[in-house]
Design a protein around this ligand. Structure first.
Ligand SMILES: *Cc1c(COP(=O)(O)O)cnc(C)c1O
Length: 377
């Protein structure tokens, strides 16, 4: 059966270059980076080389990079680790209503521990309300966390504006950049970001690995104790091969960024035109967050009178993989809290889903998808 993968915001297929380099390294690089002998030092060199690649592409220092097991750990490590290390900075923290669950749930747990949390609203276009954020800041605000690109709508958030405002106030600023990395150039120092989370499997790297950038001005307390790896910020023998794959994948997307951008732009325009004109002829179609600046790989679409759960099953039977919203929501019948925060009504919440393309998505695949979507509807 034909297989059409349109769920690249949930995860991506590893690139050929990543698979090749990791396969080779599995055979050869098996030492422990903490061992002082030759094999250990070989493994350490692989880790440090990947750290150098990451630092160079983000224009930060190598010592400001901590390798992690991915986005969930990165978000937890930065947010909780910073607060534990900087208890004197205050009890007020700010985030938004549309964060990934790994940020939202972390804030909820901090709320239970006595932190005062402000959750910033978004407009109907899915952009966080910067004026509200500015007003919410207090003398005892210790940390602000705002995602760079929303994983359900693809809407790009005004990170630079927030960064500049918070820099003046000297408030620690973290961004979950998991959906942003590889989509456009991101230089944390220019954007006045103090910490940033990245996950490798969202840009053609391996799953279960990623990194955080933390500005050298700040210390964090570790979440995992018992070893001094990663400059004493994360215990545990390094995922050497995963880290190698992270470096290769990041280098590759930075090299090919313009080409991938132009390709995805073309595919997205084609897809949205087909949705509006071909599906729109049968049912009312609208793109959620359409008026906002969006990444080119995510389209969140409303199709009137459509039961999304049934639609996804029917598409899957025809070899087409798409998701309701975020991967964490799939399988559940709960509405998307992201679309809800945008003020969409119940009917619209129940009939919206996400199509996420990738660097290898073709026009033919979009045609196949539209054809089948038309039939099913
Ligand atoms: C996927 C994702 C995460 C989680 O990353 P994992 O590596 O899968 O833990 C966090 N934030 C956003 C915005 C994501 O899309």
């Amino acid at each position: 059966m034909k297989l059409v993968y349109l769920d690249n915001a949930a995860t991506t297929k590893m690139s050929k270059r990543v698979i090749e380099e990791m396969t080779e390294s599995f055979e050869e690089i098996y030492g422990n980076p903490s061992s002082t002998h030759t094999l250990g030092q070989k493994a350490k060199a692989v880790v440090e080389n990947a750290r150098h690649i990451v630092a160079k592409n983000l224009k930060v220092e190598a010592k400001e990079i901590v390798f992690t097991s991915g986005g969930a750990e990165g978000n937890n490590l930065v947010i909780k680790g910073f607060l534990k290390q900087n208890k004197d900075k205050g009890k007020h923290i700010i985030t938004t209503k549309i964060e990934h669950s790994t940020v939202l749930k972390t804030f909820e747990s901090l709320e239970k521990q006595g932190y005062d949390v402000t959750y910033i609203d978004v407009t109907k276009d899915g952009i966080i309300d910067v004026e509200k954020l500015k007003k919410a800041v207090r003398k005892d605000t210790a940390l602000v966390s705002v995602m760079f690109v929303n994983n359900e709508t693809g809407v790009i958030q005004p990170i630079k504006e927030i960064g500049e405002f918070l820099k003046e106030k000297e408030i620690f600023f973290h961004t979950d950049a998991v959906q942003a990395i590889g989509k456009f150039e991101i230089y944390p120092k220019e954007l006045r970001i103090d910490a940033l989370t990245v996950s490798s499997h969202k840009f053609y790297g391996p799953k279960g690995t990623g990194f955080v950038f933390i500005d050298k001005k700040y210390n964090i307390e570790k979440e995992i104790f018992g070893g001094s790896q990663e400059r004493n910020r994360r215990a545990g023998t390094e995922n050497v091969n995963g880290i190698l794959g992270t470096g290769v994948a990041l280098e590759e997307v930075y090299e090919k960024m313009e080409v991938i951008f132009e390709h995805e732009k073309k595919i997205q325009e084609y897809l949205e035109e087909k949705l509006k004109n071909e599906i729109g002829r049968i049912q009312k179609v609208e793109i959620n967050g359409e008026n906002s600046r969006r990444v080119k790989n995510i389209t969140n679409v409303f199709i009137e009178n459509t039961d999304i759960q049934m639609l996804l099953v029917a598409l899957d039977m025809r070899g087409i993989c798409v998701s309701g919203g975020s991967a964490c929501m799939s399988g559940s019948l709960e509405n998307s809290y992201v679309l809800e925060a945008m003020g969409l009504n119940d009917e619209r919440l129940k009939s919206s889903f996400r199509i996420s393309i990738g660097k290898d998505t073709t026009i033919e695949e979009i045609d196949y998808f539209i054809e089948n979507l038309k039939e099913i509807i």
